[in-house]
Design a protein around this ligand. Structure first.
Ligand code: TMP
Length: 206
């Protein structure tokens, strides 16, 4: 594979989307070919699955249905967009990826991280990120940002309890310990500091 695959993870309101925007500009100015994308979504079929997953009316969704839909959206995204771009030498930057499923569905929904890993392995095979940045913002701080930002879309998962979001935060800290490819930046710092810390990590793999 000629390109590099970088993913961003974080709890709700961690600011990862703003960081990604700045990172894209920084590396494009240096002459890199950058493709930014997001999960669930990124392409037509997966965006359709996204709207089912995040619809506030779908409160009765079973946890395994949820896990399978995230994995299905991911499969299509990997095959149709991520792998072809990596083949062409792009640095692909994805807002959330498989670690979100391990934590939200595996851990917080209680399905089990190993079971969720298995269905995701079926979906993505060897397409794991070269680097994952965990933007570390405590859930209380992140949710406060979500609910105080005017016009921000509040989705089905944002509406979960603070306990649920605390579980997710703890789960991410566990993943940072477990996997070498996942690095943490302090997302409670001002944006330019978060961006510079992220660049220092990305520079190591580019
Ligand atoms: P976003 O707010 O970062 O766009 O993510 C949408 C929501 O979907 C967010 O609450 C996290 C959740 N999610 C999962 O539960 N599992 C996954 O695999 C992914 C990619 C997202």
């Amino acid at each position: 594979m000629k390109g590099k695959f970088i993913t961003f993870e974080g709890t709700e309101g961690s600011g990862k989307t703003s960081v990604i925007k700045e990172i894209k500009t920084h590396y494009e100015n240096l002459g890199f070919k950058i493709l930014t994308t997001r999960e669930p979504g990124g392409i037509r079929i997966s965006e359709q699955i996204r709207s089912i997953l995040l619809d506030k009316n779908n409160q009765e969704m079973d946890p395994r249905t949820e896990a399978l839909l995230f994995a299905a959206a991911r499969r299509q995204h990997v095959v149709e967009k991520i792998l072809p771009a990596l083949e062409e030498g792009y640095v692909v930057i994805c807002d959330r990826f498989v670690d979100s499923s391990l934590i939200y569905q595996g851990d917080a929904r209680g399905i089990g991280v190993d079971k969720v890993y298995d269905i995701n392995y079926f979906a993505i095979e060897e397409a794991l990120p070269d680097l994952t940045i965990f933007v570390d913002v405590r859930p209380e701080v992140g949710l406060e940002r979500v609910f105080s930002t005017p016009n921000r879309e509040v989705n089905r998962l944002d509406l979960e309890s603070l306990e649920f979001h605390k579980k997710i935060y703890k789960g991410y800290l566990g993943l940072v310990e477990k996997y070498d490819r996942i690095k943490k930046v302090n997302g409670e710092n001002p944006l330019d500091k978060v961006v510079n810390d992220t660049i220092a990590l990305i520079d190591q793999i580019l």
